[in-house]
Write a protein that binds this ligand. Structure first.
Ligand code: FES
Ligand code: FE
Length: 340
Protein backbone atom coordinates (compact mmCIF):
# COMPACT_ATOMS: atom_id res chain seq x y z
CA UNK A 1 0.00 0.00 0.00
CA UNK A 2 1.01 3.64 -0.21
CA UNK A 3 2.74 4.68 2.99
CA UNK A 4 3.40 8.29 3.99
CA UNK A 5 6.98 8.75 5.17
CA UNK A 6 8.10 12.38 5.20
CA UNK A 7 7.17 16.01 4.75
CA UNK A 8 8.32 17.15 1.31
CA UNK A 9 9.69 20.40 2.75
CA UNK A 10 12.02 18.38 4.99
CA UNK A 11 13.78 17.28 1.79
CA UNK A 12 14.80 20.82 1.02
CA UNK A 13 17.24 20.38 -1.82
CA UNK A 14 19.41 17.80 -3.59
CA UNK A 15 21.00 15.35 -1.18
CA UNK A 16 18.59 16.00 1.71
CA UNK A 17 17.35 12.67 2.96
CA UNK A 18 15.22 10.98 5.56
CA UNK A 19 15.06 7.38 6.60
CA UNK A 20 11.85 5.69 7.71
CA UNK A 21 10.71 2.29 8.81
CA UNK A 22 8.11 0.82 6.48
CA UNK A 23 7.11 -2.56 7.83
CA UNK A 24 10.32 -4.55 8.20
CA UNK A 25 12.20 -2.36 5.74
CA UNK A 26 14.17 0.81 6.23
CA UNK A 27 13.63 3.21 3.35
CA UNK A 28 15.70 6.25 2.35
CA UNK A 29 13.77 9.10 0.75
CA UNK A 30 15.90 11.83 -0.76
CA UNK A 31 15.85 14.59 -3.31
CA UNK A 32 17.78 14.04 -6.51
CA UNK A 33 19.67 16.68 -8.49
CA UNK A 34 16.58 17.43 -10.61
CA UNK A 35 14.48 18.15 -7.52
CA UNK A 36 12.44 14.97 -7.76
CA UNK A 37 11.93 12.66 -4.81
CA UNK A 38 13.60 9.25 -4.88
CA UNK A 39 13.21 6.33 -2.52
CA UNK A 40 15.50 3.35 -1.98
CA UNK A 41 15.76 0.43 0.33
CA UNK A 42 18.34 1.39 2.93
CA UNK A 43 20.56 -1.58 2.11
CA UNK A 44 24.02 -1.41 0.59
CA UNK A 45 24.25 -3.69 -2.42
CA UNK A 46 27.72 -4.91 -1.44
CA UNK A 47 27.23 -6.83 1.78
CA UNK A 48 23.97 -5.37 2.94
CA UNK A 49 25.05 -2.81 5.51
CA UNK A 50 22.60 -0.06 6.44
CA UNK A 51 23.63 2.81 4.24
CA UNK A 52 22.17 5.65 6.31
CA UNK A 53 21.91 5.22 10.04
CA UNK A 54 20.69 8.74 10.77
CA UNK A 55 17.01 9.63 10.77
CA UNK A 56 17.67 12.59 8.51
CA UNK A 57 20.56 14.48 7.02
CA UNK A 58 22.14 15.72 3.85
CA UNK A 59 24.79 14.31 1.58
CA UNK A 60 26.64 16.46 -0.93
CA UNK A 61 26.48 14.37 -4.04
CA UNK A 62 26.33 10.74 -3.06
CA UNK A 63 25.62 8.17 -0.36
CA UNK A 64 28.74 6.35 0.80
CA UNK A 65 28.41 3.13 2.74
CA UNK A 66 30.30 3.30 6.04
CA UNK A 67 31.46 -0.34 5.73
CA UNK A 68 33.59 -0.57 2.54
CA UNK A 69 32.76 2.78 0.96
CA UNK A 70 30.64 1.74 -1.98
CA UNK A 71 29.22 5.02 -3.22
CA UNK A 72 25.85 5.68 -4.87
CA UNK A 73 24.73 8.90 -6.53
CA UNK A 74 21.42 10.59 -5.78
CA UNK A 75 19.72 8.45 -8.43
CA UNK A 76 20.91 5.32 -6.61
CA UNK A 77 23.50 4.36 -9.24
CA UNK A 78 26.69 2.76 -7.96
CA UNK A 79 29.35 5.27 -9.00
CA UNK A 80 32.44 4.21 -7.08
CA UNK A 81 33.86 1.45 -4.95
CA UNK A 82 37.42 0.92 -3.74
CA UNK A 83 39.44 -1.28 -6.11
CA UNK A 84 36.47 -1.71 -8.42
CA UNK A 85 38.82 -1.96 -11.41
CA UNK A 86 40.29 -5.10 -9.82
CA UNK A 87 36.87 -6.75 -9.62
CA UNK A 88 36.15 -7.57 -13.26
CA UNK A 89 33.08 -9.62 -12.41
CA UNK A 90 31.29 -6.65 -10.82
CA UNK A 91 29.27 -4.62 -13.29
CA UNK A 92 28.57 -1.27 -11.63
CA UNK A 93 25.30 -0.88 -13.52
CA UNK A 94 23.86 -3.94 -11.85
CA UNK A 95 24.50 -2.83 -8.29
CA UNK A 96 22.52 0.33 -7.91
CA UNK A 97 20.32 0.76 -4.83
CA UNK A 98 16.96 -1.00 -4.93
CA UNK A 99 14.43 1.67 -5.81
CA UNK A 100 11.01 2.05 -4.22
CA UNK A 101 8.04 3.84 -5.80
CA UNK A 102 7.64 7.36 -4.47
CA UNK A 103 5.39 10.31 -5.08
CA UNK A 104 4.37 13.55 -3.43
CA UNK A 105 0.88 14.66 -2.44
CA UNK A 106 -0.34 17.35 0.01
CA UNK A 107 3.30 18.15 0.69
CA UNK A 108 4.18 14.65 1.87
CA UNK A 109 6.27 11.89 0.35
CA UNK A 110 4.44 8.59 -0.06
CA UNK A 111 6.23 5.35 -0.92
CA UNK A 112 5.09 1.91 -1.95
CA UNK A 113 7.24 -1.20 -1.61
CA UNK A 114 5.13 -3.26 -4.00
CA UNK A 115 6.63 -4.01 -7.40
CA UNK A 116 3.35 -2.84 -8.91
CA UNK A 117 1.84 -0.24 -6.60
CA UNK A 118 -1.93 -0.02 -6.32
CA UNK A 119 -3.36 3.10 -7.96
CA UNK A 120 -2.69 6.10 -5.72
CA UNK A 121 -5.90 7.67 -6.97
CA UNK A 122 -7.92 4.75 -5.71
CA UNK A 123 -6.21 3.97 -2.41
CA UNK A 124 -5.25 7.41 -1.15
CA UNK A 125 -7.35 9.95 -3.01
CA UNK A 126 -10.27 7.52 -2.90
CA UNK A 127 -10.14 7.48 0.91
CA UNK A 128 -10.43 11.26 0.90
CA UNK A 129 -13.34 11.42 -1.54
CA UNK A 130 -15.16 8.65 0.31
CA UNK A 131 -14.92 10.66 3.48
CA UNK A 132 -15.30 14.25 2.25
CA UNK A 133 -17.43 13.71 -0.84
CA UNK A 134 -14.90 15.24 -3.23
CA UNK A 135 -11.24 16.18 -3.56
CA UNK A 136 -11.88 19.92 -3.73
CA UNK A 137 -12.82 19.79 -0.04
CA UNK A 138 -9.26 18.91 0.94
CA UNK A 139 -7.63 21.01 -1.79
CA UNK A 140 -9.27 24.08 -0.24
CA UNK A 141 -6.83 23.78 2.65
CA UNK A 142 -3.75 23.85 0.38
CA UNK A 143 -1.95 21.51 2.76
CA UNK A 144 1.10 21.33 0.48
CA UNK A 145 1.63 25.07 0.93
CA UNK A 146 1.30 25.05 4.72
CA UNK A 147 4.32 25.01 6.99
CA UNK A 148 5.07 22.78 9.94
CA UNK A 149 4.57 24.90 13.05
CA UNK A 150 5.10 22.03 15.44
CA UNK A 151 6.01 18.37 15.16
CA UNK A 152 5.73 15.88 17.99
CA UNK A 153 6.67 12.21 17.78
CA UNK A 154 4.83 9.93 20.21
CA UNK A 155 6.32 6.56 21.06
CA UNK A 156 3.18 4.54 21.73
CA UNK A 157 3.29 1.09 23.30
CA UNK A 158 0.41 -0.20 21.25
CA UNK A 159 -0.28 -1.88 17.94
CA UNK A 160 -1.04 0.46 15.07
CA UNK A 161 -4.49 -1.08 14.54
CA UNK A 162 -5.58 -0.09 18.04
CA UNK A 163 -4.58 3.46 17.16
CA UNK A 164 -6.63 3.39 13.96
CA UNK A 165 -9.68 1.98 15.74
CA UNK A 166 -9.39 4.56 18.46
CA UNK A 167 -9.01 7.39 15.96
CA UNK A 168 -12.15 6.39 14.10
CA UNK A 169 -14.15 5.92 17.28
CA UNK A 170 -16.07 8.70 18.93
CA UNK A 171 -17.67 6.63 21.68
CA UNK A 172 -14.76 7.45 24.01
CA UNK A 173 -14.79 11.21 23.46
CA UNK A 174 -17.14 12.03 26.31
CA UNK A 175 -15.06 9.95 28.73
CA UNK A 176 -11.50 10.92 27.88
CA UNK A 177 -11.54 14.15 25.83
CA UNK A 178 -13.07 16.95 27.94
CA UNK A 179 -11.16 19.68 26.09
CA UNK A 180 -12.11 18.37 22.63
CA UNK A 181 -15.78 17.93 23.45
CA UNK A 182 -15.86 21.48 24.80
CA UNK A 183 -14.96 22.64 21.27
CA UNK A 184 -16.94 19.97 19.39
CA UNK A 185 -20.05 19.28 21.48
CA UNK A 186 -21.48 16.64 19.12
CA UNK A 187 -18.49 14.45 19.95
CA UNK A 188 -19.81 14.17 23.49
CA UNK A 189 -22.86 12.41 22.03
CA UNK A 190 -20.56 9.73 20.64
CA UNK A 191 -21.43 10.48 17.03
CA UNK A 192 -19.02 8.98 14.58
CA UNK A 193 -17.73 12.03 12.81
CA UNK A 194 -16.15 9.88 10.12
CA UNK A 195 -19.30 7.97 9.33
CA UNK A 196 -21.32 10.51 7.42
CA UNK A 197 -19.87 11.49 4.06
CA UNK A 198 -18.88 15.13 4.00
CA UNK A 199 -19.83 15.75 7.62
CA UNK A 200 -17.68 18.11 9.65
CA UNK A 201 -18.28 18.56 13.37
CA UNK A 202 -19.39 22.10 14.21
CA UNK A 203 -17.58 24.20 16.80
CA UNK A 204 -19.53 25.09 19.93
CA UNK A 205 -21.25 28.48 19.67
CA UNK A 206 -19.25 29.98 22.50
CA UNK A 207 -15.93 28.85 21.05
CA UNK A 208 -13.92 31.14 18.77
CA UNK A 209 -11.36 28.70 17.40
CA UNK A 210 -9.97 25.17 17.52
CA UNK A 211 -7.85 25.87 20.58
CA UNK A 212 -7.38 24.56 24.10
CA UNK A 213 -9.08 27.59 25.64
CA UNK A 214 -11.60 28.48 22.92
CA UNK A 215 -9.49 31.48 21.88
CA UNK A 216 -9.66 32.49 18.19
CA UNK A 217 -6.55 30.69 16.95
CA UNK A 218 -4.60 32.12 14.02
CA UNK A 219 -5.31 33.34 10.46
CA UNK A 220 -7.81 31.25 8.56
CA UNK A 221 -6.55 29.44 5.46
CA UNK A 222 -7.92 31.56 2.58
CA UNK A 223 -9.23 28.65 0.46
CA UNK A 224 -11.41 27.25 3.26
CA UNK A 225 -15.03 27.61 2.20
CA UNK A 226 -17.76 29.13 4.31
CA UNK A 227 -19.28 25.66 4.71
CA UNK A 228 -15.99 24.43 6.13
CA UNK A 229 -15.53 27.35 8.47
CA UNK A 230 -15.92 26.55 12.18
CA UNK A 231 -15.88 22.85 11.43
CA UNK A 232 -13.55 19.93 12.06
CA UNK A 233 -13.03 17.12 9.54
CA UNK A 234 -11.14 13.89 10.18
CA UNK A 235 -9.96 11.52 7.48
CA UNK A 236 -8.34 8.10 7.88
CA UNK A 237 -6.14 7.09 4.97
CA UNK A 238 -5.30 3.43 5.39
CA UNK A 239 -3.00 2.08 6.55
CA UNK A 240 -1.27 4.79 8.56
CA UNK A 241 -2.35 8.41 8.01
CA UNK A 242 -4.88 10.63 9.76
CA UNK A 243 -5.65 14.07 8.41
CA UNK A 244 -7.51 16.56 10.58
CA UNK A 245 -8.76 19.82 9.11
CA UNK A 246 -9.85 22.98 10.89
CA UNK A 247 -10.15 26.45 9.38
CA UNK A 248 -6.72 27.73 10.42
CA UNK A 249 -4.60 24.60 10.44
CA UNK A 250 -4.22 20.96 9.48
CA UNK A 251 -2.96 18.19 11.72
CA UNK A 252 -1.39 15.20 9.97
CA UNK A 253 -0.49 11.98 11.81
CA UNK A 254 1.73 9.28 10.31
CA UNK A 255 2.11 5.99 12.12
CA UNK A 256 5.30 3.96 11.92
CA UNK A 257 4.68 0.48 13.35
CA UNK A 258 7.96 -0.71 14.88
CA UNK A 259 6.76 -3.88 16.60
CA UNK A 260 3.50 -5.68 17.30
CA UNK A 261 3.16 -3.59 20.44
CA UNK A 262 4.94 -0.38 19.50
CA UNK A 263 4.13 2.42 17.07
CA UNK A 264 5.80 5.77 16.63
CA UNK A 265 3.24 8.38 15.66
CA UNK A 266 4.64 11.51 14.10
CA UNK A 267 2.21 14.40 14.21
CA UNK A 268 2.57 17.70 12.34
CA UNK A 269 0.62 20.87 13.01
CA UNK A 270 0.57 22.87 9.75
CA UNK A 271 -0.28 26.55 9.47
CA UNK A 272 0.01 29.28 6.85
CA UNK A 273 3.73 30.03 6.38
CA UNK A 274 3.23 33.68 7.33
CA UNK A 275 1.59 32.59 10.58
CA UNK A 276 4.55 30.37 11.49
CA UNK A 277 7.17 32.90 10.34
CA UNK A 278 5.32 35.84 11.86
CA UNK A 279 5.75 34.48 15.35
CA UNK A 280 2.03 33.97 16.14
CA UNK A 281 1.41 32.03 19.32
CA UNK A 282 0.66 28.52 18.11
CA UNK A 283 0.49 27.16 21.66
CA UNK A 284 -3.30 27.19 22.20
CA UNK A 285 -3.86 25.52 18.80
CA UNK A 286 -1.19 22.87 19.26
CA UNK A 287 -2.11 22.12 22.86
CA UNK A 288 -5.66 21.02 22.02
CA UNK A 289 -4.77 18.14 19.74
CA UNK A 290 -1.59 17.34 21.65
CA UNK A 291 -3.78 16.69 24.66
CA UNK A 292 -6.16 14.62 22.54
CA UNK A 293 -3.19 12.60 21.28
CA UNK A 294 -1.91 11.91 24.78
CA UNK A 295 -5.38 10.88 25.94
CA UNK A 296 -5.89 8.62 22.94
CA UNK A 297 -2.49 6.96 23.14
CA UNK A 298 -2.93 6.28 26.85
CA UNK A 299 -6.20 4.54 26.00
CA UNK A 300 -4.47 2.45 23.31
CA UNK A 301 -1.70 1.52 25.75
CA UNK A 302 -4.35 0.46 28.25
CA UNK A 303 -5.79 -1.96 25.69
CA UNK A 304 -2.53 -3.33 24.32
CA UNK A 305 -1.54 -5.68 27.21
CA UNK A 306 -5.04 -7.18 27.19
CA UNK A 307 -4.63 -8.18 23.55
CA UNK A 308 -2.56 -11.10 24.87
CA UNK A 309 -5.32 -12.22 27.24
CA UNK A 310 -7.25 -15.40 26.56
CA UNK A 311 -10.36 -13.23 26.77
CA UNK A 312 -9.22 -11.69 23.53
CA UNK A 313 -9.53 -14.80 21.41
CA UNK A 314 -9.91 -14.11 17.70
CA UNK A 315 -10.51 -10.44 18.30
CA UNK A 316 -13.25 -11.56 20.67
CA UNK A 317 -13.78 -8.79 23.20
CA UNK A 318 -14.28 -6.26 20.46
CA UNK A 319 -17.72 -4.76 20.26
CA UNK A 320 -17.30 -2.09 17.63
CA UNK A 321 -20.02 0.40 18.39
CA UNK A 322 -19.44 2.17 15.12
CA UNK A 323 -19.98 0.73 11.72
CA UNK A 324 -16.87 2.04 10.01
CA UNK A 325 -14.70 0.43 12.71
CA UNK A 326 -16.25 -2.92 11.87
CA UNK A 327 -15.40 -2.11 8.25
CA UNK A 328 -11.80 -1.58 9.30
CA UNK A 329 -11.73 -5.02 10.98
CA UNK A 330 -13.12 -6.61 7.87
CA UNK A 331 -10.56 -4.83 5.76
CA UNK A 332 -7.67 -6.02 7.96
CA UNK A 333 -8.85 -9.61 8.16
CA UNK A 334 -9.62 -9.57 4.44
CA UNK A 335 -6.10 -8.35 3.61
CA UNK A 336 -4.68 -11.08 5.82
CA UNK A 337 -6.92 -13.70 4.28
CA UNK A 338 -8.53 -14.54 7.62
CA UNK A 339 -12.08 -15.78 7.51
CA UNK A 340 -14.18 -15.70 10.64
FE1 FES B 1 28.41 -1.41 1.98
FE2 FES B 1 30.39 -3.13 1.85
S1 FES B 1 28.45 -3.36 2.81
S2 FES B 1 30.30 -1.16 1.06
FE1 FE C 1 -9.91 10.11 20.81
Amino acid sequence: MWFCVARSADLDGPGAFRTARVGRESVIVSRAGDGSVRAFLNVCRHRGARLCTEESGRVRRAFTCPYHAWTYDLDGTLIAAPNLSKMPDIDRREYGLVTVHAREWIGYVWVCLAAEPPPFEQDVLGAVTTRLGDLASIENYGIEKLKVGRRIAYDVKANWKLIVENFMECYHCATIHPELTAVLPEFAEGYAAQYYVGHGAAFADEVEGFTIDGSPGVDRIPGVSDDQDRRYYAITIRPQVFVNLVPDHAIVHRMFPLAADRTVVECDWLFLPEVVDGGSDLGPSVELFHRVNVQDFEACERCQPAMASRAYAAGGVLVPSEHHIADFHEWVTGRLGITR
